[in-house]
Design a protein around this ligand. Sequence first.
Ligand code: AMP
Ligand code: ZN
Length: 468
Amino acid sequence: MKVYNTLNRKKETFVPLEERKVKMYVCGPTVYNLIHIGNARPMIVFDTVRRYLEYKGYEVNFVSNFTDVDDKIIKKAVEEGVSAKEISSRYIEECKKDMAGLNVRPATMHPLATQEIDGMLQMISILIDKGFAYPAVDGTVYFRTRKFEEYGKLSHKNLDDLQAGHREIKVTGEGKEDSLDFVLWKPKKEGEPYWESPWCQGRPGWHIECSVMAKKYLGDEIDIHAGGEDLIFPHHENEIAQSEACNGSAFAKYWLHNGFLNIDNKKMSKSLGNFFTVREISEKYDLQVLRFFMLSAHYRSPLNFSAELMEAAKNGLERILNAAENLEHLKNNSKQAAMTEAESRHWNESSAFVDKFEAAMDDDFNTADAISAVFELVKFCNTNVSQDSSQQFLEKLSMRLKQLCDILGLLLEKKQEILDEEIESLIAERKAARKEKNFARADEIREILLEKGIILEDTREGVKWKRA
Ligand code: AMP
Ligand code: ZN
């Protein structure tokens, strides 16, 4: 299996540190809002990487954090007049709902930055003891970037070029030795959450969180570290500096980065008004369509999101689901149990699609080509099965299709669509039940609708409903 390693800018044969085991860390979102569809890309692609590694027989320890202390969280908390904890807890829960909708499996461990402060204080102390960090007079602790000789090895940046870029930036903070130095710990500002430390009451910088959580839950050396390409510099570069300086060993063997998702060929941004949350997309599409759409491109390529491309993804996924449904239907009505000789031959032939799928995934997780192999299997099924096919043949083909779709995290069951008229008629029935004081039936109807993803709201103007 080959994976593209950002560290060496080439595809390399994947050899884990420990046989049959993979230690993988993926930088998670900062939780101050509903996640947007750009955030969903690393979630989907690295969940697929994990699924494929498991399919290949590796035991994957998959750790992905939630950054639950950050300027944006604090700002939102101030705006709403609630605590930062309330904001982060709320959006962690919402994020988990979106992940479930996208069929992204929960990580082995989802650590929270605020629960790992002790580890951060410890790592910062070690860095100070080793001369890689220093406290300034105001209590800010900085990493001494130039002391880490390999700084820049991931982003392929040269320190002098970086310094030149910094010339305009004043060395802020009294006692900061070099404009290249970055923050490990910073003093609290009025009203902000803070923790005690030997340097000042304050909170951690963003980069130190991931170094500490990866070390605690996976160890000093890990196999795969992943995230969006915007994290290469400075976040991942800084993580390497902190971890390697502290641990005295290499940090991550393979660095994987997904390309960016753009909207109608423009950078997604709130100010441009081309910004979509996963929740908004879920009001129009089954989130499986979004997952399928994301996997239709190679994870390192930039990916453009548009209404037309989502429609194409919807149709593509539909073709696969129809084939699966057809196999199931024929199987349930088949009169013949065992495979015929011709079917046996066909069955053997169909393994070529699995080979093709694996070859694509072995080549740096090329899900686009893997999906082509699934389409070929779908076409093969459609042309080689009929009412006369045996149950065994249909069952085997059905399992083969399911196995490949499972790796991509695509669910084969079609969601029963509920039509607006059905909803309206159930709401009317609920209203009548309530009038007759049959609250049991009224509650039952609310539950039925909820199961179908319809949320009811009793308002002064009557009952309103929306799709979850
Ligand atoms: P953040 O919450 O900004 O730290 O982002 C969480 C993850 O989403 C990181 O891995 C980012 O690189 C990734 N990400 C953010 N925006 C996009 C985008 N437009 N396309 C792809 N990945 C993104
Ligand atoms: Zn990180």
